[in-house]
Design a protein around this ligand. Structure first.
Ligand SMILES: [Zn+2]
Length: 58
């Protein structure tokens, strides 16, 4: 299984893409990117929901 995420799917002008073996492995990578690239110190539940729905599981 493979889970992928692209920032642009959230409407961000950002080329960041991440992939991992599962959603659970992918989530920390996205959180780290959100902090370093987008200055989001915390991911609230609403944002988390958007991120989760943007993740594609192949
Ligand atoms: Zn981004």
């Amino acid at each position: 299984m493979k889970a992928t995420f692209e920032c642009k799917d959230l409407g961000m002008a950002c080329d960041f893409k991440a992939e991992a073996g599962s959603k659970d492995e992918l989530m920390p990578k996205i959180v780290e990117h959100a902090k370093t690239a987008h200055g989001m110190e915390t991911i609230d539940e609403e944002m988390k929901g958007k991120v989760v729905s943007a993740i594609k599981v192949l």
